[in-house]
Design a binder for this molecule. Sequence first.
Ligand SMILES: [Zn+2]
Length: 444
Amino acid sequence: MTSWHAEYAWLGDRFVPDVVIEADNSVFTAVTPSETEPPAGAIRLPGLTLPGLANAHSHAFHRALRGRTQAGRGSFWTWREQMYQVADRLTPETYLRLARATYAEMALAGITCVGEFHYLHHGAGGQPYGNPNAMADALFEAARQAGIRITLLDTLYLSGGVERALEGPQLRFGDGSAEAWADRVDAIKPPAHGRLGCAIHSVRAVPLGSMAPVVSWSDHRAAPLHVHLSEQRAENEACLARYRRTPAQLLDQAGALGPRTTVVHATHLADADVTRLGGARVFVGMCPTTERDLADGIGPARALADRGATLTLGTDSHAMIDMFEEARAVELNERLRTQVRGHWSAAELLGAATAAGHASLGWPDAGVIAAGAQADLVTLDLSSTRLAGAGRETLAESVVFSATTADVRHVVTAGRDVVRDGRHLLVPDVAGELNRVIGEVLAG
Ligand SMILES: [Zn+2]
């Protein structure tokens, strides 16, 4: 039994003062607001305490590219070539170390659960490892060592573009067929801190005829199904040319749109597709720091939510890892586009970063501070220079529009301290580990 006394705790719609939070091992057992007399032995949490943050879309190995793809002109497609060079070099051993350090950076940023959209499955030339899930196992182990939960979204990736064979480093992504993908994935046994979901990489990488096995795999297990959707106009054009349908129409035709589905990016959508996705009650995974970094565009997040979709957030390529920046960027992008302020409330954006993100990753029991939920907590320092002076009535707005990862002081995952006073307790030198493994991988 553990108890905490939070100066302020986010209880879903507002920050409430003096909240006593109790947990038995990894699950909250009681949450009592306005308790000025905390129980003996309660751990004091000064500042603002949030539920754990969910990073709903990650490719851990992209972390090695940070800062190295920013010189000169280019597009998503030129960036992708640089990304393939990193993919080409990783082994299960180096990927474990790179993902461990990347997930430790996430923990320091208040992220207690990651959705790893995983497609780097095989060895050079597409040769399976002796353990065909060696890479998946490395990612589960990396999350365990970094003290965060993981949903491994094992990804089907069959073609290098619409009607183009895989080539070069892409060969490592391919299982040959959807049936072979399912056989491999069925052998994965997720550990206690992990859950298993699936992904269709995109309509570029999976032909219409190969989508059904992934959809039925997800249906049989009630597991999350994620897919990149319309990140680039070229994807829409290739899809229209081949199928006479937009990517969203094609996914709908394959039965891939529903309340367990997350469409990632959803940047370039026809209005009818906004209605289609909203009506299907999908999650929409926006990754605004990546979308702006790659010059993708601004997706219609507000319109999607107004028509029934649920917003989630991800750091995707890890150009930066800061969920507060993802959250405010959704609102600030809309402001730039419309020249009007106030599309999203701070409460809605915090919901996207917490409860909605967890639900999209198959953890409907996490991302809230409530009895019965997973015992994950993130405490921000209200006396930091960024948050100092915050108004008591506008604490949520202060967090969403001015906090950064530097304000994260304590992180608890499954009832266990992972970050204390801004220090990772399981990975003592996160920056040093990132330095070393990125240097090694790029020296290749
Ligand atoms: Zn992605």
